[in-house]
Write a protein that binds this ligand. Structure first.
Ligand SMILES: [Zn+2]
Length: 134
């Protein structure tokens, strides 16, 4: 049985989705979560909350590839098919859209996954060796 101490749990007054959209700390929602565009702080610069356990894995990248890839395809069909945009302008437009959109969406999805991880106390599983032997 998993033993949890309720006093060790972080305060959960911040909505993980609001913290994700704003890309802020999931504990205080006042300080930024990232430095250097996509690197997560080890500790929150505002409240000192330990963010070293934050691990969204590759989940954010998968969401961004699927969502932004679909949006780029639709935008490409509209710009080329309906508006008859030249190929060079289409490539430039879609390139800029994909670059800016992917960085923004990666920040939002990564911050949301990190906030959900802390909201639900998700962490690496472990086995208590003493209990496992008995
Ligand atoms: Zn904070």
């Amino acid at each position: 049985m998993l033993e949890t101490n309720e006093t060790d749990r972080p305060r959960r007054s911040v909505s993980p989705y609001k913290a994700g959209i704003k890309s802020v700390c999931p504990h205080c929602a006042a300080a930024p979560l990232f430095h250097n565009i996509l690197e997560v702080y080890e500790t929150c610069p505002g409240c000192g909350f330990d963010l070293s356990a934050a691990d969204p894995g590759d989940g954010a990248q998968v969401f961004v590839i699927l969502v932004l890839g679909g949006l780029c395809a639709v935008l490409g069909f509209v710009l080329y098919g309906l508006l008859d945009m030249p190929i060079w302008a289409l490539a430039l437009t879609l390139g800029v859209f994909a670059l800016i959109g992917s960085v923004w969406m990666l920040r939002v999805f990564k911050a949301t996954l990190i906030a959900l991880q802390f909201h639900h106390d998700a962490r690496q599983g472990s086995v208590d060796e003493q209990k496992a032997k008995s």
